[in-house]
Design a protein around this ligand. Structure first.
Ligand SMILES: Nc1ncnc2c1ncn2[C@@H]1O[C@H](COP(=O)(O)OP(=O)(O)OP(=O)(O)O)[C@@H](O)[C@H]1O
Ligand SMILES: O=P(O)(O)OC[C@H]1O[C@H](OP(=O)(O)OP(=O)(O)O)[C@H](O)[C@@H]1O
Length: 217
């Protein structure tokens, strides 16, 4: 039988930092990827049994593929989902890539004692704007693509909104957490229509990943 006929679901995986943990979890769930993928530049793959097609995309693009139904489901961080405000279902917390989305600065006074417009550097403009909006603090959002911790050190901003795991990047750059906005972990997300139309395959995947992530945690 052709692979396409066997394939039940297309899963979009975030490339980069989350990919390794996600693939380890898939393996525990009995979804083993073609080993010719190792070291290759291919952006799609099937699992050994041909049941799932995997597509590898940038983290921020996972909700885009899933919302449009190109992928039935995806694995991506809650940080990305909060920022994208994507209309997708979140059936499972996978517990991988646990970190916090936090406000950080050289010291708390840089945030709390600021009298004018607070300058906030971040990769997460929507999360940052919503957070300070709730606090009633006027902000200028300075959007950066990475190494956000540099901004307050060099005087580009008063504070940052970024991910913190061990706190090492903050500490080594003389910054500290001022406030935690949210916890983030890797999530299984699903397209709304696929969730209904491919209910059996979805349930099978959710159950397998749920068991695998329980064992992991
Ligand atoms: N230090 C960390 N510890 C744990 N999880 C993290 C950490 N940094 C990022 N993550 C999680 O891993 C996901 C992917 O991180 P990665 O750094 O690969 O993304 P990115 O820098 O946004 O991607 P890209 O720059 O390729 O668009 C994040 O969305 C987040 O959920
Ligand atoms: O608390 P820690 O354990 O130090 O981890 C946090 C760091 O990890 C991520 O950065 P990443 O390495 O993905 O680089 P980037 O900032 O360029 O995205 C995040 O943006 C922080 O900078």
């Amino acid at each position: 039988m052709e692979r396409e006929e066997l394939t039940k679901l297309t899963i979009a995986l975030a490339k980069g930092r989350m990919q390794e943990e996600a693939q380890r979890l898939l393996l525990r769930a009995g979804i083993e990827l073609d080993e010719t993928l190792n070291g290759s530049r291919r952006l799609t793959a099937y699992d050994r049994r041909g049941r799932y097609r995997l597509v590898f995309v940038k983290p921020a693009d996972v909700p885009v593929y899933v919302e449009h139904g190109i992928a039935d489901c995806g694995i991506v961080g809650r940080d990305v989902l909060m920022e994208a405000e994507a209309d997708v279902l979140q059936p499972l917390d996978l517990g991988i890539n646990r970190c916090r989305i936090a406000v950080a600065a050289k010291g708390p006074d840089d945030v709390t004692r600021n009298l004018g417009m607070l300058r906030v550097a971040t990769k997460y403009p929507r999360i940052a704007a919503a957070h300070f909006g709730r606090r009633g603090i006027p902000v200028e959002i300075i959007e950066l693509a990475g190494s956000v911790e540099l901004a307050p050190v060099l005087g580009l901003s008063d504070c940052i909104v970024d991910l913190v795991e061990t706190g090492r990047t903050l500490a080594e750059n003389g910054l500290q957490v001022v406030e935690v906005i949210a916890e983030s972990t890797g999530r299984l997300v699903a397209n709304r229509a696929s969730y209904q139309l491919k209910a059996e395959a979805m349930a099978e995947l959710i159950a397998a990943l749920g068991r695998a992530s329980e064992r992991e945690g």
